[in-house]
Ligand binder design. Structure first.
Ligand SMILES: NC(=O)c1ccc[n+]([C@@H]2O[C@H](COP(=O)([O-])OP(=O)(O)OC[C@H]3O[C@@H](n4cnc5c(N)ncnc54)[C@H](OP(=O)(O)O)[C@@H]3O)[C@@H](O)[C@H]2O)c1
Length: 330
């Protein structure tokens, strides 16, 4: 069996190495891609540094690279959509990353034919950032034609695709950028551009249907003030922390993957102090604890009444339903 060159980190935080790896067995629905181009995303250095190990569990040595474009060299016996010689691009499955290599194997479900009018390099730059944008706008925020969205960091890898996808979805799009990139984001279709080095967002935008924020941190929290009641803020810039959990968050959504295990201990600590349930508490490991705390505090007359009932965690709703009527109105 032939060996390939692949880029790995032997353990989190260690320098990147190029090593020989054994060619994996092809599964029945796999295609083998001879990699012509691969892209680097912030996710790659976050994986290298172990910053996302809570949400993407990988075994050391960790293979790097999730976006590839190349040519199909082998197919498994059950592959129906591809043939040897097809030009394709893919966002590799999370547990089978390793696109910074000579070859990559992927289930055909995550592979698409490369459009003939773009290069391998252009194709490799699209999958992760493009899928992130599409999922944020269409699935997480549920935006439909005519609605108004702010895309933060419109000149970045994610933002530049998000603006274009938003326009394809028929949305009105505002974006933030520095002065040097104003013309770029306008050329991508932005309807309103806010220069974050000069302008105050709150002076220019309000009552938006949604904000898509790849930056995270203060930008994500600041976005809460820009959406209308019932609006949505979608963040992909990092995991929620204690400061985040302490806020009143009736409108914040985050992608399912990122929400799965976001620094649960810190969130639990924050919940203990504040008893303001983050909207996705049921998905967090700290959720059970948070719900218990919420019930206890409610008994103490300290229930977060400011969180609309339909946004409360399922556990709190169930507890309320079980409670006697007099107690329920407390
Ligand atoms: N790339 C992906 O596929 C992907 C997927 C999921 C999540 N993410 C997350 O999304 C974030 C951004 O990723 P990226 O690939 O887009 O990074 P990137 O290509 O490096 O872009 C970062 C952009 O942020 C802009 N920026 C910096 N400070 C800003 C501010 N205060 N306000 C508005 N814009 C500001 C910069 O614009 P100027 O040059 O105009 O200053 C720059 O263009 C990262 O945290 C990453 O982990 C990325």
């Amino acid at each position: 069996m032939r060996a390939w060159k692949a880029t790995i980190v032997p353990r989190y935080g260690a320098p990147v190495e190029v090593v020989d790896v054994a060619e994996p067995d092809l599964r029945a629905r796999d295609v083998m891609i001879s990699v012509r181009a691969a892209s680097l995303n912030p996710l790659d250095y976050k994986i290298r540094d172990g910053k996302v190990k809570l949400v993407i569990r990988l075994k050391a040595p960790v293979r790097l690279g999730c976006d590839v474009a190349g040519v199909v060299t082998k197919i498994g016996p059950e592959v129906t959509r591809f043939a040897i010689g097809d030009e394709v691009f893919a966002r590799l499955e999370k547990d089978r990353m390793g696109g910074l290599a000579e070859f990559a194997a992927a289930d055909e479900a995550v592979v698409a034919k490369k459009p003939t009018n773009i290069s391998f390099e252009e194709a490799a730059s699209i999958p992760l950032a493009g899928l992130t944008s599409l999922q944020a706008l269409r699935e997480s925020a549920g935006l439909t034609k005519g609605q108004r969205v702010l895309v933060h960091a419109g000149a970045g890898g994610v933002g530049s695709l998000a603006i274009q996808i938003a326009k394809q979805l028929g949305l009105w799009v505002a974006t933030t950028t520095s002065t040097k990139n104003i013309e770029l984001v306008k050329s991508l279709g932005a309807d309103e551009v806010v220069d974050y080095t000069k302008d105050k967002l709150a002076d220019r935008l309000k009552d938006l249907d949604a904000v898509f924020d790849p930056l995270g941190g203060p930008s994500e929290l600041g976005s809460l003030a820009l959406v209308k009641r019932g609006g949505t803020v979608v963040g992909v810039g990092g995991l929620p922390d204690a400061a985040f959990a302490k806020q009143r968050l009736p409108v914040v959504r985050r992608s399912r993957d990122l929400a799965r295990d976001p620094q649960a201990p810190r969130c639990r600590r924050a919940c203990r102090r504040e008893v303001r349930l983050p909207v996705h508490a049921p998905r967090w490991r700290g959720a059970r604890r948070a719900r218990r705390v919420a019930r206890v505090r409610r008994d103490e007359g300290d229930h977060p009444q400011d969180v609309p009932a339909r946004r409360r965690s399922r556990g709190v709703r169930r507890a309320r339903a079980r409670a006697p009527r007099a107690e329920r109105s407390s």
